[in-house]
Design a protein around this ligand. Structure first.
Ligand code: ATP
Ligand code: MN
Length: 442
């Protein structure tokens, strides 16, 4: 696609076939190297860098003066002739006919964009627009884009309908304290912490298989490297299936995402120096009881049946699975009903256990899911027994009274999926403008 101010990205110039062609490039001044007799201006766009070469003897003095006076990170366009040059980035240099300064950058810059000086995460987030001009940061967001493309394609191809549920809601999904209250005209409302209740209602509506990629809001108590207060959740819900069926969809989707990213974002993976290994399916499944045994045998902490898994125990189990089975992704299934949300279906023959699962990646949870309770009275009792007010759930319970099919689903955090794929330490690195305890702007 050619725009009025640009005919090509730097990466679209093929020195073999385009030697001698005239092109117009647009971008930022990455650097100016003035060696007296020759001056190099490196132009950077989203896709890479190109060298503009001005030889004093052969260049119009006014043009040379413009080039020499360019300030780093200013916005320029150049109309130039492509010249194959093996030593230049991309295998070509540009001999300019004109260079136009569209907008000059102030100096000094708020941070370095060359990658020569590694800035702190906080500094980078404060000047995120500048940080995005670094190729490592751009690479992360190109990979996130390919990740979501792959998710959409995989789920659409498997018959899931893309839906959007409301983010302003009257009831807490799980009653938790982790909600952000807002003012909705003269009433109190909340930012939704999960599309859970709505995607279940859609099962009663007969949409059969749905997915949603959207924001979730959680007033998380702790400041960690894997929690955000605004995250992106990938959710599915499907009818006439059980928890094992949706686990199969989940592991295949993950494998598909990795393979897609490997194929479609190879340049970005290279910039990040990542040799991506596509995980093999099926992922191993261990039960909650087996997980407890692993933790207790390890001896760093002792858990009793019914305890939730701490961050430390998640690490212990993750390392154990990795050492024993050589894989990073695995499921923990059959959780105690009492520590899972009210909507998780208990096993008929052993109701203390639920048809629920978490999908893990070595050091953290990636996804939670379950077969859901589809029987109205049972669901209402579970809401009550978790100390919630069924009155607040009327709109939800109503959908269970007039023909709700058996159904199951899961939610996976998009940021956790990307951060574990790339081995990124802090979740904030894979969010454009992260929201956490301290950060509300930019
Ligand atoms: P955790 O125990 O790790 O805090 P959770 O069990 O509270 O997660 P769920 O309610 O099961 O989270 O949400 C499903 C998925 O959504 C999680 O497995 C995770 O990938 C993602 N997720 C949930 N909360 C957050 C958050 N605050 N920041 C980023 N991702 C989140
Ligand atoms: Mn969970």
């Amino acid at each position: 696609m050619s725009f009025s101010l640009r005919t090509h990205y730097t990466s679209q110039i093929d020195p073999k076939t385009m030697n001698g062609a005239e092109v117009t490039l647009a971008g930022w001044v990455y650097e100016v190297r003035d060696l007296g007799g020759i001056c190099f201006v490196v132009l950077r766009d989203r896709e890479g860098r190109a060298q503009i070469t001005l030889v004093k003897k052969r260049t119009d003095p006014e043009l040379l003066e413009t080039a020499r006076a360019l300030v780093r990170e200013s916005v320029i366009t150049t109309t130039a002739t492509v010249k194959a040059e093996a030593k230049a980035p991309g295998g070509y240099e540009l001999i300019p006919k004109e260079i136009n300064l569209l907008n000059e950058a102030e100096s000094p810059l708020p941070m370095d964009t060359t990658g020569k000086v590694e800035a702190e995460l906080d500094t980078r987030l404060d000047s995120r627009f500048m940080d995005l001009r670094r190729d490592r940061t751009t690479a992360i967001f190109k990979i996130r884009h390919e990740t979501l493309q792959a998710v959409r394609k995989y789920l659409s191809d498997n018959g899931f309908i893309d839906v959007t549920s409301p983010k302003v809601v009257a009831t807490a999904t799980e009653g938790g304290t982790s909600l952000f209250p807002i003012t909705y005209f003269d009433r109190e409302a909340f930012l939704n912490q999960s599309p859970q209740l709505f995607k279940q209602i859609l099962m009663s509506g007969g949409l059969d298989k749905v997915f949603e990629i959207g924001p979730i809001f959680r007033a998380e108590e702790h400041d960690t490297r894997r929690h955000l207060n605004e995250a992106t959740s990938i959710d599915i819900e499907a009818s006439f299936c059980d928890h094992f069926d949706v686990m199969t969809i989940l592991e295949n989707m993950i494998a598909h995402v990795y393979a897609h990213v490997k194929e479609h974002a190879s340049g970005s993976l290279e910039i990040l120096d990542i040799d991506l290994q596509v995980p093999t399916v099926p992922f191993p499944k261990i039960t909650y009881d087996e997980a407890l045994e692993i933790v207790n045998a390890h001896g760093e902490e002792m858990l009793k049946w019914g305890d939730d898994l701490s961050t430390l125990s998640e690490h212990t189990i993750g390392e154990h699975v990795f050492n024993e089975m050589g894989v990073s992704h695995y499921f923990i299934i059959d959780w105690p009903t009492d520590i899972k949300p009210f909507y998780a279906m208990p096993y008929e023959d052993r109701p203390k256990f639920s048809k629920s699962f978490d999908m893990m990646h070595r050091t953290m949870e990636l996804s939670s899911g379950a077969q859901r309770i589809h029987v109205h009275d049972m669901l209402k009792k579970r809401i009550e027994s978790q100390g919630l007010d069924p009155g607040g759930f009327d709109f939800y319970l109503k959908a269970f009274r007039y023909g709700m099919p058996p159904h199951a689903g899961w939610g996976i955090g998009c940021e956790r999926l990307v951060m574990t794929m790339l081995g990124v330490e802090n979740i904030r690195d894979v969010v454009l403008f992260p929201r956490d305890r301290r950060r509300l702007s930019p």
